[in-house]
Design a protein around this ligand. Structure first.
Ligand SMILES: [Zn+2]
Ligand SMILES: [Zn+2]
Length: 135
């Protein structure tokens, strides 16, 4: 079956950062509960795995923060230099960019997400399995 792609727009809360992105019709979405993500954005975060060159964005508007993740991988976080909204995460080991899902203007295609790193760290008020999340 032929892959279908969709074009979406998005941006940060202050509007300084705007982008166009090409996503699979059923994008790969991960909801990460690890301590790094929790500390970075203050809660659960959902990211979309991007194909190479899938996003059209002016990276000069983004600030970066590099760190070594719990997995030992070098990770670069990209965020709006003005409002600090998280925009992209780059994982060197996979050579892949991930887009923070909430920055899409239209989130209707995000129908499935895989929960990751919930075994080690998640809010006790949530019940989590690989496929589901309940509050
Ligand atoms: Zn994480
Ligand atoms: Zn902003």
């Amino acid at each position: 079956m032929e892959k279908k792609f969709v074009n979406k727009t998005g941006g940060c809360i202050c509007g300084a950062v705007k982008f166009n992105v090409t996503l699979d019709e059923l994008p790969r979405v991960f909801s990460c509960h690890c301590i790094d993500c929790r500390k970075k954005i203050g809660g659960i975060m959902s990211i979309i795995e991007l194909r190479k060159d899938a996003i059209d964005i002016n990276k000069s508007l983004l600030s970066t923060f590099e760190h070594i993740g719990g997995s030992g991988n070098k990770i670069t976080k990209y965020f709006c230099g003005k409002c600090a909204a998280p925009v992209l995460t780059y994982v060197e080991r996979w050579n892949k960019f991930y887009l923070y899902a909430g920055l899409l203007d239209d989130i209707s295609i995000l129908k499935k997400s895989k929960n990751i790193y919930y075994e080690e760290s998640h809010f006790p008020f949530m019940e989590i399995s690989e496929k589901n999340l309940k509050t």
